[in-house]
Design a protein around this ligand. Structure first.
Ligand SMILES: NC(=O)c1ccc[n+]([C@@H]2O[C@H](COP(=O)([O-])OP(=O)(O)OC[C@H]3O[C@@H](n4cnc5c(N)ncnc54)[C@H](O)[C@@H]3O)[C@@H](O)[C@H]2O)c1
Length: 263
């Protein structure tokens, strides 16, 4: 395939970017002039999202969508090696794909634990591992998506919380180990973000707390000092900052994007 990207253009890969927070991050990075690769389990939605990404000139339109299963090392390696071989490097890596399920901890199943740990924690490990070979020569910026659950205990989400603590621990250590290559690693901790994940969670939480989904959402707003739910774009703005030169001396940091809900 012919490459029409500009030599000065940043090559960015965002996982879980077909929808929700990842989609907003991909859009933000495209607005910043990056060539964005959306890597997602849902290839059809990823292709639709790529088609809507902004680009400065039509002849530079080379944003791409690829299938990835972040829990499968063969899939992860094939994606990053494919991108690395075509473009020669990866400048920005956002490891954002994630899932959740919800239950009282005594009712959680082994499957709940494995599913959350596999996608949220193992997925970040595998993606980092296969991004580094393509980032280490020129340096770059990595951002992992943790959660407010890392900052503030989240009842009904004990297993998910554990997986997001894993993301934080992984990111802190990666920040130290990868600093020698000029790779900065930070992680964002979003609060109550209006996405499909939240749409699913308010139904589950509503049934576990004998409330309607809308009452659960109202409770989230009530818990948020800034008085509204988080928008995917709020998280994307933080990521845009973290990968920019303005953040060149920031690494290993947890950035809450919560409207103060963890306070
Ligand atoms: N929505 C929130 O309130 C909230 C709060 C804190 C953190 N987060 C985190 O933000 C990230 C994005 O969540 P969202 O709310 O946009 O969710 P979402 O469900 O809207 O989007 C998640 C995306 O990840 C993809 N995905 C799922 N499993 C995958 C896999 N194995 N391989 C590749 N892609 C996979 C899905 O296809 C989907 O496009 C997740 O890591 C989530 O844990 C969300």
């Amino acid at each position: 395939m012919e490459n029409l990207y500009r030599a000065d253009q940043k090559i960015a890969v965002v996982t879980g970017a077909a929808t929700g927070i990842g989609k907003a991050i991909a859009t933000r990075l495209a607005h910043m002039g990056a060539l964005v690769v959306i890597a997602d389990l849902n290839l059809e939605a990823a292709q639709e999202t790529v088609g809507a990404l902004p680009c400065e000139k039509p002849e530079f339109q080379k944003h791409e969508a690829v299938y990835i299963d972040v829990t499968d090392e063969a899939s992860v390696k094939a994606v990053y090696d494919g991108i690395g071989k075509r473009f020669g490097r990866i400048d920005i890596a956002v490891n954002n794909a994630g899932v959740s399920t919800m239950n009282h901890l005594e009712n959680l199943t082994e499957r709940d634990w494995d599913f959350n740990m596999d996608v949220n924690a193992k997925g970040v490990f595998l993606c980092t591992k296969h991004e580094v070979p393509w980032m280490k020569e020129k340096g770059g910026a990595m951002v992992n998506t943790s959660s407010m659950a890392y900052l503030y205990s989240a009842p009904l989400l004990a297993h998910y919380t554990a997986s997001k603590f894993a993301v934080a621990g992984w990111s802190q250590t990666a920040a130290k180990e990868l600093s020698k290559y000029g790779i900065r690693v930070n992680y964002v901790c979003p609060g109550y973000v209006l996405t499909d994940m939240q749409n699913r969670e308010v139904v589950w939480e509503g049934s576990l707390r004998s409330m309607t989904g809308e009452e659960v959402r109202a409770d989230y707003v009530q818990q948020t000092p800034l008085g509204r739910l988080c928008r995917p774009e709020d998280v994307a703005n933080a990521v845009g900052f973290l990968v920019s030169p303005q953040a060149e001396f920031i690494t290993g940091a947890a950035i809450p994007v919560t409207g103060g809900a963890e306070l």
